[in-house]
Design a protein around this ligand. Structure first.
Ligand code: 5GP
Ligand code: MN
Length: 338
């Protein structure tokens, strides 16, 4: 699944490129998409980035953001046209078409050559070409290697480097997850050598929190964080009403689950959020315990061993009960995890 040469051959001709990424894009999704877009534009391709949903304003500083088309009903016709015109569609930072909402059927039907660049497990076989490596710490790492392998390292300028660094930094949890290898630091070093402003990037991403988001966090930590020591498990539930009360915006709940995981003695954490049409769940774990297995077995989800997501069409309370009901099967494994 490392079709780098074939991807390079395809890019020898000027292409009309559409780049897309997963719903509620994070810094790796946007950083890889906009970093790749910046590079492809320099190579003379026509490029448009289309996201399945909007994303936090804290990512709007990424270079190329102004030209991103975020899907909503009123741009459906425009997006369909872009899909039809595209000769190449890059799918970044997701591995199955159900992760891109309304764009899924459009990508499936499109005539373009589809290229997957991703680090999630178990990719769906929809792409014609792929550069897929589940051991990569971030999709921006793969974009960085792709540009290098195509001999174009010199085309990585500061705006592109900032995009790539943003994804690498966030997907490694600021260089502390087990995915943080020597290669990760070597890539970071290469980018830092270009004189990107590292502390400013950290500040723009992490110290850029709206008061509404902070107040929601305060409320959640005070009132909604529950700990089940018998499972070394902590979790948070959020109703649609609570989200509304705190004027929650896209991305405001991002990272919240990590507070549950940070409780001492806890090895697995979850957040269950009522998004109206469905309950969205995020899982985190440490060590050997696989939340991917739990999410895919019980909650129509997937992801990585230590970070996974899922969904449920039950009510929020029923979903919570379901989760608590499956925990006994994992109790021994959880208690053995340190
Ligand atoms: P998050 O909790 O941040 O939304 O997601 C954690 C990880 O799990 C991410 O890598 C994300 O791509 C993956 N993930 C989240 N939801 C799903 C899902 O419904 N299906 C699959 N296959 N992966 C998911
Ligand atoms: Mn990623």
């Amino acid at each position: 699944m490392q079709d780098i040469e074939a991807i390079g051959d395809l890019l020898k001709q000027p292409q009309t490129v559409l780049i897309t990424t997963h719903q509620n894009p994070d810094a790796d999704a946007m950083g890889s998409s906009l970093g790749l877009a910046g590079y492809l534009k320099k190579k003379g391709h026509r490029v448009t980035v289309v996201t399945p949903t909007d994303y936090p304003t804290g990512l709007h500083w990424l270079s190329g953001n102004d030209e991103v088309v975020a899907f909503e009903e009123k741009v459906r016709v425009q997006v369909s046209q872009l899909m039809e015109e595209a000769s190449v569609i890059f799918c970044l930072d997701f591995s199955s078409l159900d992760r891109i909402r309304d764009l899924g059927p459009m990508v499936r039907q499109a005539r373009a050559t589809k290229i997957l660049i991703d680090h999630h497990l178990e990719p769906e076989a929809f792409a014609d070409l792929a550069y897929w490596d589940p051991s990569a710490a971030a999709t921006t790492q793969l974009v960085f290697y792709l540009i290098n392998r195509l001999g174009d390292k010199d085309l990585i300028d500061i705006p592109i480097a900032e995009c790539l660094y943003a994804g690498l930094m966030t997907d490694t949890g600021s260089f502390r997850h087990p995915s943080t290898t020597g290669d990760v630091h070597r890539m970071a070093a290469d980018l830092v050598d270009l004189h990107i402003d590292v502390s400013s990037i950290h500040r723009r991403i992490f110290d850029n929190t709206s008061l509404d988001k902070l107040r929601l966090l305060g409320y959640v930590l005070n009132e909604k964080l529950k700990v089940r020591p018998e499972y070394k498990f902590a979790y948070i539930t959020l109703t649609a009403d609570e989200l509304k009360r705190f004027r929650s915006k896209t991305g405001d709940t991002e990272g919240m689950v990590n507070y549950a995981l940070s409780v001492e003695g806890v090895v697995m954490a979850a957040i269950l959020i009522d998004r109206g049409e469905e309950i969205r769940m995020s899982f985190r774990s440490i060590g050997e315990f696989s939340v991917r297995e739990l999410a895919s077995t019980h909650f129509n989800g997937g992801g990585h061993r230590n970070a996974a997501g899922g969904r449920s069409s039950l009510s929020l309370e029923e979903t919570e009960q379901h989760l608590l009901a499956v925990l006994p099967q994992y109790q021994q494994q959880l208690l053995e995890t340190v």
